[in-house]
Design a binder for this molecule. Structure first.
Ligand code: GTP
Ligand code: MG
Ligand code: ZN
Length: 418
């Protein structure tokens, strides 16, 4: 979190960096104390862009026609009208940011914020964010205008899991700044970055053995998204009660051989939940996967106090009903946090450079270094170590195809929900 300004807690006398070290690991909010002062670091002035003009146009737009109507200029003309593109109409503004901060939204994270308190966003609903304050109270907050209008590639400025600084009290607040994220699970949403959840340590990728059937290509892409942000993945195949376990072994084996923890389980019968609990204890875990695979059911089975809504999968098309509608952070009885997330409809990777796809595949990566040509695409080249490994049964054919599909960037985005 380079560039973030720490200070002294106003009432407990402990320095914030120490508290951070204790609590940030688990993503837990600070234990007590509301008002912090943030001594100024060295600051610099930078220019930021807005997505759109933030004010209506003051100057009349029909000068030519009014001149035609009034050739003698008898109408009173405003004396102080601005006619340049600057002033109120500008899309740019100068702000003060810490020396080491980045641009855009990251720069705003380090604006001086005296009199604010620090909290974590539990969930976002429309324009409101629900922020857990240092006392554990969840406060409904709006977001400062500059954060909403600054030009960034983000779909929304705030995401569940974000650490923010808020001005206000326990009844209402305004988010003033968003700290740089340690991790972010992202997807591409029509050319913009959609942060599904921020600051999680691990992601539990949930698939179901049946109803709906497993989508290994989706698991591959979620693995790439997690690893590219430094989030530890684990794979969980639910609804083990619906199929003989032996049918899942080949698929589970492919992922397990790559070193990922793979857990076969059933929220209905409780099989595998003990192993899951071990993986989740004391950690901040995002739970992702298609709708209807049983993400919320698993969390309820692990911690019945959560009482999350679940709904039956449609009998007609075997699809889930998108019961969970927004990502939500929930403290659990294992001393950690869950982030339940809505079912994935389409999962396109954010900012994947096609040529870098092989590097994001753990099993393919070491082989790619052995190819004859450094720019080998592993598709048509004759002396390709990756293709040889597939032919020799050393690399799973489906994984190779999945990688080629990403590298070709010709992926059919609708695939996830077919
Ligand atoms: N047979 C069986 N059904 C299960 C199991 N786990 C969940 N279900 C059922 O699957 C359906 C969908 O479960 P949810 O927990 O709502 O699924 P979800 O992944 O949270 O779905 P979204 O919130 O829509 O993304 C419900 O009818 C559950 O009862 C399981 O282990 N076995
Ligand atoms: Mg759900
Ligand atoms: Zn190759």
């Amino acid at each position: 979190m380079e560039g973030f300004v720490h200070g002294q807690s106003a009432d407990c006398g402990t320095s914030l960096p120490e508290q951070d070290a204790r609590h940030a690991d688990r993503g837990n909010p600070l234990p007590s104390g509301r008002c912090y002062t943030f001594p100024m670091a060295r600051h610099r002035k930078i220019r930021i862009d807005f997505r759109k003009n933030r004010s209506t146009r003051r100057r009349g737009g029909d000068l030519t026609r009014s001149m035609d109507r009034d050739p003698d200029h008898t109408d009173a003309q405003p004396a102080t009208e601005r006619i340049s593109g600057k002033g109120e109409l500008t899309r740019r503004r100068t702000i003060v940011a810490a020396d080491s901060s980045g641009d855009g939204i990251d720069a705003l994270a380090t604006e001086p914020a005296a009199g604010t308190w620090r909290g974590q966003v539990m969930h976002v609903h429309g324009l409101d964010s629900f922020v857990r304050d240092p006392d554990g109270t969840v406060v409904r907050c709006t977001t400062r205008r500059i954060l909403r209008t600054v030009a960034t590639d983000h779909r929304h400025p705030v995401a569940a899991g974000d650490w923010v600084r808020v001005r206000g009290d326990a009844t209402a607040g305004v988010i003033q700044a968003i700290e740089p994220r340690r991790t972010a699970l992202c997807r591409d949403s029509r050319g913009r970055r959609h942060v599904i959840v921020a600051n999680v340590e691990q992601v539990m990728i949930v698939g179901s053995a049946a109803l709906p059937g497993l989508k290994p290509g989706l698991v591959d892409r979620l693995l790439v998204a997690a690893e590219s942000s430094g989030i530890r993945p684990l794979i969980c195949i639910n609804k083990l009660d619906l199929v003989p376990a032996a049918t899942l072994v080949p698929m589970a084996g492919v992922f397990a051989r790559m070193g990922y923890p793979v857990i076969l389980c059933s929220a209905a019968t409780g099989v595998g939940l003990g192993r899951l609990a071990v993986e989740l204890t004391g950690r901040v875990t995002a739970v992702v996967g298609q709708s209807g695979v049983g993400k919320s059911s698993l969390l309820n089975a692990l911690d019945p106090g959560l009482a999350l809504p679940v709904a039956e999968v449609s009998r007609d098309n075997e699809k889930g009903r998108h019961t969970t509608t927004t990502a939500r952070l929930l403290p659990n009885r294992f001393g950690g946090w869950f982030a339940d997330t809505p079912g994935v409809r389409q999962f396109q990777l954010w900012e994947l450079v096609p040529a870098e796809a092989p590097a994001a595949f753990r099993d393919l990566r070491p082989l790619a270094n052995l190819c004859r040509f450094p720019d080998c695409t592993h598709t048509h080249e004759s002396e390709c170590a990756v293709k040889h490994a597939v032919a020799d049964g050393l690399l799973d054919t489906r994984r190779w195809q999945s990688c080629c599909q990403l590298a070709g960037a010709t992926e059919d985005a609708a695939e996830d929900e077919e």
